[in-house]
Design a protein around this ligand. Structure first.
Ligand code: FMN
Length: 174
């Protein structure tokens, strides 16, 4: 199994999402490729901004582990720039008479969410899980989520959130 790991937290060694992506990687047997979008950021997409290397790396992976911290109610711009390289007509989706059809359904995508607060799925402030679900559904993938939410509420809440996320990871890896 070819595993691609994507990190996008700006918090370095204090990052909750990086801690979770490392644990997911450990439980699933190690990533073949790791891409740190903070150490090596991609530029904003432009009309000439095709990035075949990023797309091919994604297409070659059987499993993709993604760290998605919540910054200002959504994903980091670093992660958005990576996603911008993946939505390519004819490669990851196509438009048909019946509507769009995803072409990347052969992959497992596990996403580690981390947020300071706690959000219901239908909260008007929540644009991370909802956006990532819509994006990956569009290209044919049902993403799986590992979530540590409320990490800024108190040290105890953070510890509980990480314990709960680790339980989810064990369940996904079983
Ligand atoms: C720039 C910045 C913006 C943030 N915005 C939000 C926010 O909108 N909602 C929230 O619940 N937490 C917010 N937080 C808290 C983070 O979601 C929390 O620290 C989480 O652990 C981030 O993941 P990381 O530790 O992997 O960086 C923000 C943190 C930073 C540094």
């Amino acid at each position: 199994m070819n595993i691609l790991k994507i990190d996008s937290s700006i918090s370095g060694e204090h990052s909750v999402s990086r801690r979770l992506t490392s644990e997911i990687e450990r439980q699933f047997g190690g990533a073949d490729v790791t891409r740190d979008l903070v150490a090596d950021p991609l530029p904003h997409l432009t009309a000439r901004g095709q990035d075949p290397e990023i797309l091919e790396e994604f297409l070659a992976a059987d499993m993709i582990i993604i760290g998605a911290p919540m910054y200002n109610f959504t994903i980091p711009t670093q992660l958005k720039a990576w996603l911008d390289r993946l939505a390519v007509a004819g490669r990851t989706f196509e438009y048909t008479a019946e509507g769009p059809r995803g072409l990347a359904g052969d992959k497992r995508v596990v996403i580690a969410l981390a947020s300071g607060g706690v959000y219901e799925d239908d909260s008007p402030f929540e644009h991370s899980k909802s956006y990532l679900t819509a994006f990956f559904n569009f290209i044919g993938i049902q993403p799986e989520f590992v979530s540590a939410s409320g990490v800024a509420v108190s040290p105890e809440a953070a510890a509980d959130a990480i314990d709960s996320a680790n339980e989810t990871i064990e369940r996904l890896a079983a």
